[in-house]
Design a protein around this ligand. Structure first.
Ligand SMILES: NC(=O)c1ccc[n+]([C@@H]2O[C@H](COP(=O)([O-])OP(=O)(O)OC[C@H]3O[C@@H](n4cnc5c(N)ncnc54)[C@H](OP(=O)(O)O)[C@@H]3O)[C@@H](O)[C@H]2O)c1
Length: 331
């Protein structure tokens, strides 16, 4: 495993972070703990979760992932850098989501309880909440940090202009500043290269991309005309299956995957490992969040930090997927 400084924060993390959103729906507690053991054995010391996980959970099941992570961390909490998130809707009331002071101060307490800890290392806004004033959100996060409940704060799924405004407000108000961004980034989704990544570079923010395999598509295991019966692109993850289909299950994406597979195979490299290695190869990327629905899936993704992507292959992959720097942001 390799380790890197977390942007300009005084923190060092493994270059691969373990994502947990399969835990509690796609994988039971026992298999989830096996996945965590496997990642830890390989030197992963950075874990990403969220209050709303598992992916596809209904209100009665949200929070289950944090409980599974918390039970695994029992007795070894201080050996790991733990990140969680809030903002997604956790219940039926209007105030059960978003980034209001009311919700965030409630959400951190609920996460800490489920995670069985008295602090998280990184507390992230899962989404941008356009209804709450920026200053209210920043003040709530500042309280959370000053009360010792989170060491650092970050954002996920933010457009660059909104993050730039928040950084400016935090500096002006002398409130705790974000240290990281968690955007979607992979060979089939490269929009962040245009504005968010340059902003992160200029502001010294750590970048921890999610979805490096486009939900498994970049393993090359799916075919456009063969709908899978299980996994990320199906109803086994509730409504999220349809969301992932809308995101990626298109003829254009499958044509790109065929071209990628061709050059990667010709270079004698494995598709899954190379796809993750491509995300890691971006100098602005700090740590890539990998996910699994079975422990053995980690073999190919954990290998990515040892995979040296030579300049010629990287240029070919960049070229094939250049069009994904633009596109429908909503997808
Ligand atoms: N901030 C956000 O909004 C956000 C959004 C999404 C994810 N995340 C975080 O990022 C983490 C990773 O995201 P992701 O799960 O979308 O990453 P991903 O790498 O794009 O997809 C992982 C999925 O690909 C399949 N897979 C992985 N390795 C494989 C292998 N070797 N062979 C075959 N299939 C394989 C598995 O799905 P199947 O077995 O079901 O096919 C696995 O669950 C999440 O756990 C979460 O912590 C954050």
């Amino acid at each position: 495993m390799q380790y890197r400084q977390f942007g300009s924060a005084g923190l060092t993390v493994s270059r691969l972070c373990l994502g947990t959103m399969t835990f509690g729906l796609q994988t039971d507690a026992q298999v989830s703990h096996q996945i965590m053991d496997r990642a830890a054995e390989a030197g992963v010391n950075f874990i990403d979760t969220a209050d709303v996980y598992p992916l596809g959970a209904t209100f009665d099941a949200v929070g289950r992932t944090e409980e599974i992570v918390g039970s695994w961390l029992n007795g070894k909490r201080d050996d790991y850098i733990l990140a969680t998130k809030a903002c997604a809707v956790m219940g039926p009331h209007a105030w059960n989501g978003g980034t209001s002071r009311k919700h965030l101060l409630h959400a951190i307490e609920a996460s800490l309880k489920r995670l069985n800890t008295d602090y998280v290392d990184l507390y992230q806004l899962h989404l941008d909440d356009p209804l709450t004033p920026l200053d209210e959100t920043l003040e709530a996060l500042d309280i959370i940090v000053r009360h010792g409940k989170a060491r650092y704060i970050g954002v996920s799924n933010f457009l660059a202009y909104r993050l730039a405004r928040m950084l400016g407000r935090a500096d002006f108000l002398k409130l705790t500043r974000f240290v990281s961004v968690q955007p979607r980034y992979n060979l089939l989704f490269r929009q962040i290269e245009r504005e968010l990544l340059p902003l992160a570079g200029e502001e010294g923010l750590a970048v921890m991309p999610y979805n490096p395999l486009a939900g498994g598509l970049l393993t090359g295991k799916h075919a456009y005309d063969q709908a899978p019966s299980q996994g990320r692109f199906t109803a086994s993850v509730g409504e999220a299956g349809e969301m992932y289909q809308k995101r990626y299950w298109h003829e254009r994406e499958f044509q790109s995957i065929a071209r990628l597979k061709n050059v990667i195979t010709q270079a004698g490299k494995p598709m899954t490992t190379t796809s993750v290695a491509w995300v890691l190869a971006n100098p602005l990327v700090t740590s890539v969040i990998i996910g699994a629905s079975r422990p053995d899936q980690l073999d190919a993704t954990l290998a990515a930090t040892d995979e040296v992507l030579d300049a010629e292959l990287k240029a070919q992959l960049d070229d094939i997927t250049h069009e994904y720097r633009w596109g429908d942001a909503a997808r």
